[in-house]
Design a protein around this ligand. Sequence first.
Ligand code: PLP
Length: 362
Amino acid sequence: GNVTEIYNFSAGPAVMPKSVVKKIQAELPSYKGSGMSIMEISHRSSLYVDMQNEAESDLRQLMNVPDDYDVLFLQGGGTLQFDTIPLNLARREKTVAVVDSGHWAVRARQEADLLPGISTYAAASGEAENYTKLPYSLNLDRPCDYVHVTLNNTIEGTMYRKLPDVKGNVVVADMSSNILAQRYNVEDFGLIMAGAQKNIGPAGLTVVIVKHSLLDESQNLPSMLDYVKLSKKHSTLNTPPVFAIYAAGLVFKQLLEEGGVDAAQKRNEEKSRLLYEFLDNSKLFKSPVFADDRSTTNIPFVTGDEELDRRFIKEADEAGFKNLKGHRLVGGMRASLYNAFPLKGVRALVEFMEKFETEIKG
Ligand code: PLP
């Protein structure tokens, strides 16, 4: 067909590695010579089981996941995890301390509050600064089962490079928007969760990495919400999202070939630095985010004039820079630069922004 070159800045579902999309296309009619598409293969077949095992072992290698952590491939998105995590881990105190660093932290709190018998509190909040700066100083005087931290705030564009002091409490990490894009030490966390649709693959897969000793074998929750049962059945308690796991597995392989997470982080730092340097020197555009807390994967920016923002988004779209409209909660623009987003796309965007700026400011 007639494919025009565009750059996709979507916050999610987001850009995939082109080589992976091509590989999927090539092997879609017949997976490993079986004569069947990956979409047509039973999740009880050895073809499938081998594929899932390989995806898991590649992910373990990429993130250095210790053996005493379970890796689960689930459905329901990050949002279902906002319920599943407290159901499984908020057992003793029945209390979750949430670091309120933005919209997704608020959502995590709202969902946990819907669960009978479970309560939450904010250990700190960045709300007073409109979430442009990360809260680091936590008040954890009230006992809690764990501290929920959103490592990368997709909407506000902030990212924890180091963890706040959680005073020995278990940390649950929402890594939805920078899993595999930024190096973290898995052992710092009791649980990590991430939807696949940003740095990993198609929507429909949710990755959970949980320290096994935190789980209670006797809890007997509804099956699809019970990490113990899901783990015992190797994430195939019911039909898993076969295609999404397959595509994720290809992304893991590709990332291993490209030097793993450390190399990806370096590339993300280089890409985001280009854009931040431009923003900091621009007379028209600016980043609203406190410099030390800026995300490498989600970069909001504004002109300060909503009319001008709209014009910029429209002209950028026509020039092939897609999905630059900011989240409805913060307005302006947002460029998401996940692992699969190419450096040359950032260069092209900066050039386009320079031209736009000259048009406006002369
Ligand atoms: N947490 C973060 C940090 C997110 O960015 C998102 C979605 O963008 C979610 C949670 C919710 O994920 P899902 O849409 O998979 O439920």
